[in-house]
Design a protein around this ligand. Structure first.
Ligand code: NAD
Ligand code: MG
Length: 384
């Protein structure tokens, strides 16, 4: 029986990996909506290849180009933030939330309201919305499957177990491209160096987040919402090989870990086939060639982002949305050559110091906190 799927952020790294899996399993899928921010030509090609019902660009200015590339086909074209949400409201068996940043929050919330299954890659949406999102998931009886490799690993390690029996959830972190760099080297780090991740091939924003360790900080908050064992039972360990994707230790002393190659198609496949399994063309894990797995405690002197995230998680309410928004602004400024690498976490810290947000009760409240935090972080760029 074929299943219907929509992919938001179809032209990105997660989108590519998802569509590659579907390409190899074509007969089982009916593609409804594909979206991009702009990338009209790539989006149109994918929509044609996968015979989508509708292609949507988030940036309305790119709609004429999308229309042009889709002319002569039966595929609908749409553009703008509202069009993204409307597309996310189309019922599907599985919606993949793979937009980067808080820009993906509103369409992800619409997909959740469908009450089917949402595969969540867009961690910034969950970090920002927190309980506003988890409440919506509960209210609609939606199945939320984590795509993020660590959370997918934890999800697999928890299957058949009871959260009350968990002693620790341990998120592994590769440590990124600057793991062994000195403070002076971090000061001088360039965008090109920051996006060159040793293990994973990812979009620019998450690559910079991996270099600052903010990615692990965001994932800490993501894990707190997905697996409610309490903040005191979540921890982070640096594991440079990215083979163990995360672990769960139980009160009897057993630790379950999920291992796999550093290939996002593995966790994505587990969400596509859930609760069954599907074939992938990923390289099998060759532990004899890998040889060693090593582990280190995180260094929060050089990489303060995980501390900022832990503090934001403890503060709760709108604070994680402030952290996320300030980080998005700072990462974009770093990639544009406006600020130094070490200023990314500094701007996030200062934004958190100067803005104590109200606790959001709705999507609109979250977006208002996000907007205010962006404005404040933007002002800090000017004095940075
Ligand atoms: P990417 O930059 O490669 O792709 C992002 C996608 O979102 C693209 O399709 C882009 O067109 C779209 N997009 C960007 N801005 C948008 C906007 N304002 N409105 C609408 N659409 C917009 O990013 P990615 O690496 O694929 O990451 C996507 C999400 O998945 C992120 O939240 C990231 O943290 C998460 N994630 C990625 C990986 C990975 O390996 N790439 C792993 C784990 C989690
Ligand atoms: Mg991850």
């Amino acid at each position: 029986m074929t299943r219907s799927i929509s992919i938001f952020g179809a032209t990105g790294s997660i989108g590519d990996s998802t569509l590659d899996l579907i390409r190899h399993d074509r007969a089982n899928w009916n593609v409804v909506a594909l979206s991009a921010n702009c990338s009209a030509e790539k989006l149109a090609k994918l929509a044609i290849e996968f015979d989508a019902q509708i292609a949507v660009v988030g940036d309305e200015a790119c709609l004429p180009e999308l229309r042009q590339h889709l002319s002569g086909t039966q595929i609908e074209a749409a553009g703008g933030a509202q069009a993204l949400c409307d597309a996310a409201a189309r019922p599907v068996d599985l919606a993949v939330a793979a937009i980067v940043g808080c820009a993906g929050l509103a369409p992800t919330m619409r997909a959740i309201e469908q009450g089917n299954t949402v595969a969540l890659a867009n961690k910034e949406a969950l970090v920002s919305a927190g309980e506003v999102m988890t409440r919506l998931v509960a209210q609609h009886g939606t199945t939320l499957l984590p795509v993020d490799s660590e959370h997918n690993a934890i999800f697999q390690c928890l299957e058949g177990n009871n959260l009350d029996d968990v002693r620790w959830i341990t998120l592994t972190a590769s440590g990124g491209p600057f793991r062994t760099k000195t403070m002076a080297e971090l000061e001088a780090a360039t965008p090109a160096q920051a996006v060159a991740h040793p293990n994973w091939d990812m979009g620019a924003k998450i690559s910079v987040d991996s270099a600052t360790m903010m990615n692990k900080g965001l994932e800490f908050i993501e894990a707190f919402h997905l697996f409610p064992v309490g903040l005191d039972r979540l921890r982070i360990i640096v594991h440079p090989q990215s083979i163990i994707h995360s672990m769960v230790e139980y009160r009897d002393g057993s630790t379950l870990a999920q291992l796999g190659p550093s290939d996002m198609r593995v966790p994505i496949a587990s969400t596509l086939a859930y609760p069954a399994r599907m074939d992938t063309t990923c390289q099998p894990l060759d532990l004899a060639t890998i040889g060693n797995l090593s582990f280190f405690a995180p260094d929060e002197e050089r990489f303060p982002a995980t501390r900022l995230a832990r503090e934001a998680a403890h503060a709760g309410g709108g604070t994680p949305a402030v952290l996320n928004a300030a980080n998005e602004v700072a990462v974009a400024a770093f990639l544009a050559g406006q600020i130094r690498f070490t200023q990314i976490s500094a701007i996030a810290a200062r934004t958190l110091d100067t803005y104590v947000p109200p606790a959001p009760q709705s999507l609109g409240d979250v977006l208002a906190v996000d907007a205010e935090a962006r404005a404040r972080a933007g002002e800090m760029l000017e004095i940075a």
